[in-house]
Design a protein around this ligand. Structure first.
Ligand code: IPM
Ligand code: MG
Length: 371
């Protein structure tokens, strides 16, 4: 029996291409693992009305960890149009499978390191090394949304004076999304961020919020952060509004070490930060809970490049490195990261984002050479 059972979910679009790249390096590492491929993605939505079938969830439960490629996600109406006609009136509704995975497995930390590897011509600056801790299970992604607005929801909201001006808007002319933040979720993501800063000797943790406008939820997490920061005398707590943070990250990205944010704000600043270190081709991500974790590149499925082996697999390879670290395979993780860094530094192979002509798999093979 192998030491690890690893679920592999290629997904669709370029997800399949980059997963193939990951398998090339994993083979070279000789990890004592068995790989189990699972069904997930846009095709399963169109055919079955569920992009993340129950059988896949059951399969994941029998594994130690998961490597995930990418999946297409589309707004509600667009998704419904692509559903098999017989399923259209069956009440199926598309919900991003990666968001579901994060919630169903309680993978509350979305860890997104953004590091400028030396020699990457796409680096915005060469001295950027920051890590984002994005809350991954609630906030604006809690999924409690309404359209049309049910009368009982409107009535309940009328206890708030600011709701008055919406009291006569017809139900089909008003939509509602909620930002739900619990003490438990705020506490655990902040704890992860502070513990990381302490362990890695980072001088600051920056909480990215908007408490001047989102007074209740923003103020709530900020208060928890301020209290918790007293337990970490060697780590400064910096507070930034999300809009200002977008500016500061362009102005002085090298000043930041650890950023912590609610789900949607974390989503936004992580794309911004990814671009500072070469774009989505270099941005990796770990969805980590207490028992299970799913590692993925931050990029989407880029359907127009499906099967063309054009996209940069570095993000996927760095996600694989994060997986090895999480499994406790520190040496393998270091060796993979060194190999990736060497390929970047040498600059002999490069995908189209680097103005090169190499394929996704060329990069993986070049990295495997250095392992
Ligand atoms: C990400 C992606 C996802 C998200 C999408 C694909 C649902 O943008 O991982 O950042 O919004 O979290
Ligand atoms: Mg995103």
């Amino acid at each position: 029996m192998s030491r690890y059972r690893i679920a592999v979910l290629p997904g669709d679009g370029v997800g399949r291409d980059v997963i193939e790249a990951a398998m090339i390096v994993l083979e070279k590492i000789h990890l004592d693992a068995e790989y189990v491929e699972g069904e997930i993605g846009w095709d399963f939505w169109c055919e079955e009305g569920d992009a993340l079938p129950e059988r896949t969830i059951e399969m994941l439960k029998e594994t130690d960890v998961c490597l995930f490629g990418a999946i297409t996600s589309k707004p509600k109406e667009d998704a419904l149009r692509e559903l098999r006609p017989e399923l259209r009136d069956k009440g199926c509704s598309y919900y991003s499978p990666i968001v579901r995975l994060r919630q169903e497995f309680d993978l509350y930390t979305n860890l997104r390191p953004c590091k400028a590897y030396p020699g990457n011509p796409l680096n915005y600056r060469d001295d950027i090394d920051l890590v984002i801790f994005r809350e991954n299970t609630e906030g604006m992604y809690a999924g409690v949304e309404f359209y049309p607005l049910p009368e009982e929801v409107r009535r309940a909201l009328l206890i708030h004076p600011k709701m008055k001006k919406f009291q006569d808007v017809p139900a089909d002319e008003i939509s509602l999304s909620t930002r739900i933040m619990t003490k438990k979720a705020c506490t655990r993501i902040l704890r992860r961020a502070f513990e990381y800063a302490k362990k890695e000797k980072r001088k600051s943790v920056t909480i990215v919020e908007k408490p001047n406008v989102l007074r209740e939820t923003g103020g709530f997490i900020l208060d928890i952060a301020r209290k918790m920061s007293r337990e970490y005398p060697d780590v400064e707590l910096w507070e930034a509004n999300v809009d200002a943070m977008a500016m500061w990250l362009i102005k002085n990205p090298q000043d930041y070490g650890v950023l912590v944010a609610e789900n949607l704000f974390g989503d936004i600043i992580s794309d911004l930060s990814a671009q500072l270190v070469g774009g989505l081709g270099f941005a990796c991500s770990g969805n980590i809970g207490d028992e299970y974790a799913v590692f993925e590149p931050t990029h989407g499925s880029a359907p127009k490049y499906t099967g063309m082996y054009r996209v940069n697999p570095t993000a996927m390879l760095l996600a694989t490195k994060m997986m090895l670290e999480w499994l406790g395979e520190g040496e393998a993780a270091e060796s993979l990261e060194r190999a990736i860094a060497t390929v970047i530094k040498e600059g002999k192979v490069g995908t189209y984002d680097l103005k090169g002509r190499s394929s996704t798999l060329d990069i993986a093979r070049a990295v495997a050479e250095f392992i």
